[in-house]
Design a protein around this ligand. Structure first.
Ligand SMILES: Cc1cc2nc3c(=O)[nH]c(=O)nc-3n(C[C@H](O)[C@H](O)[C@H](O)COP(=O)(O)O)c2cc1C
Length: 363
């Protein structure tokens, strides 16, 4: 009975973990419920295997290099599980919305990847101890562990980019608290794929779209942020618009074009933007290959920023500003460049409050 319950809890854990990693396919509600299922099964599993703690502390556990390795994996598994449980509550939107600690989604994803990989190695060690061909067992466990890492680090972001279609209600996400600017209202200039890409009329059919729709209208991440600022401070908002060839509709093709443009240090032609009447400019841009998209470079080099301040609001699929800040300083001659926020792409629809608080700091 105990053995059966243990096997059942193990199978549930592996399945729940794998299904949860396919977040983009199952959606947030199922993801959170499966999280509970996972942690309940984990508690059951640990309870059944509680003898392990006694064995390890009394020195009666498995011996030899493989035994020590298996024990280290178990300790890492326990530590990762506890941290993942806290971070799961931190990123939860339905079950634990009041929990405001470890709220970083990317950290959550890395923890889940670590847990999946360690779980595979842990399961693999049981197999190793029983296997006759030890070397073959090691190769198999290594390959499966690499597969676990690949699922978390490559497949999940890939699915996110290709299948993610976010639908938001514009007013609910964009409208909010107003911020009074004491001196002048900054001009907002943004660059996004939408408006600079040859999307087909039936854009939902575009492969690798990774697109957001606000009230059914296609919208870029930076564009939504620009509108949030506009609603808060009543600023003028100007998009950086290509005049020549647009980016391809496939996300991956755009990634390749972006890479080529960076290598060639290209300056794609854009429509003129008049910044002469403004001393403060908020530049909203996505990180492309660790820096600004090249059309943003065109904008920065085409204008005289002497005596002006540029506030940076970036978005990315990882974290931070990468080398965009130092590159912008070189490109925008005469400008004072001030880092503002860099928001993870998935967090943008819910970033109105964060943006408002930041705007309050710009005098
Ligand atoms: C060509 C290209 C290159 C990118 N390079 C990076 C990168 O180096 N680091 C990163 O974190 N995100 C990168 N991303 C992800 C974008 O920064 C992210 O999806 C952003 O929110 C897109 O904003 P948008 O919808 O306004 O275009 C890249 C996206 C594209 C299209």
């Amino acid at each position: 009975m105990k053995k059966k319950l243990n096997l059942f809890s193990e199978i549930i854990m592996y399945l729940a973990l794998l299904a949860q990693m396919l977040y983009v396919l199952i959606g947030n509600t199922v993801h959170e419920i499966l999280g509970i299922v996972f942690f309940v099964s984990l508690v059951v599993h640990i309870f059944i295997k509680r003898w392990w703690f006694r064995a390890v502390t009394s020195g009666k556990g498995r011996k030899g290099k493989a035994g020590i390795f298996a024990n280290i994996v178990i300790i890492l598994l326990i530590l990762t599980s506890i941290t993942l449980m806290i971070s799961s509550m931190g990123v939860s939107r339905i079950l634990f919305p009041w929990f405001k600690f470890m709220m970083e989604p990317l950290f959550h994803r890395y923890l889940a990847t670590a847990l999946l990989t360690l779980s595979i190695v842990h399961g693999g060690m049981h197999f190793y101890f029983k296997a006759k061909a030890k070397k073959r067992a090691v190769v198999l466990i290594t390959l499966l562990a690499i597969a676990g890492l690949a699922i978390g680090l490559a497949l999940v972001p890939y699915l996110n980019r290709h299948l993610r279609k976010v639908e938001v209600a514009f007013d609910e996400k964009v409208r909010g608290e107003k911020v009074e600017m004491t001196e002048e209202i900054p001009l907002v200039v943004y660059f996004t794929r939408v408006g600079n890409t040859d999307f087909e009329p039936d854009v939902d059919a575009v492969s690798g779209a990774s697109l957001m729709k606000a009230d059914g209208v296609l919208m870029g991440n930076t564009q939504l942020m620009a509108f949030m600022i506009q609603d808060a401070i009543g600023s003028e908002v100007i998009p950086i618009t290509l005049t020549g060839e647009k980016y391809p509709s496939s996300y991956m093709d755009t990634v390749s074009v972006g890479s080529r443009e960076l290598k060639e240090d290209a300056r794609p032609a854009i429509e003129d933007i008049d910044i002469s009447g403004h001393n403060k400019i908020i530049l909203v841009y996505p990180i492309w290959w660790g820096t600004v998209p090249m059309p943003v470079a065109t904008f920065l080099e085409a204008n005289d920023f002497t005596g002006k301040t540029i506030y940076l609001l970036a978005t990315q699929g990882s974290f931070g500003f990468a080398s965009s800040t130092s590159d912008i300083k070189k490109m925008a001659k005469g400008a004072e460049v001030v880092e503002g926020l860099s928001i993870y792409c998935d967090d943008i629809p819910n970033a109105r409050t964060e943006i408002t608080e930041w705007l309050k700091k710009i005098e």
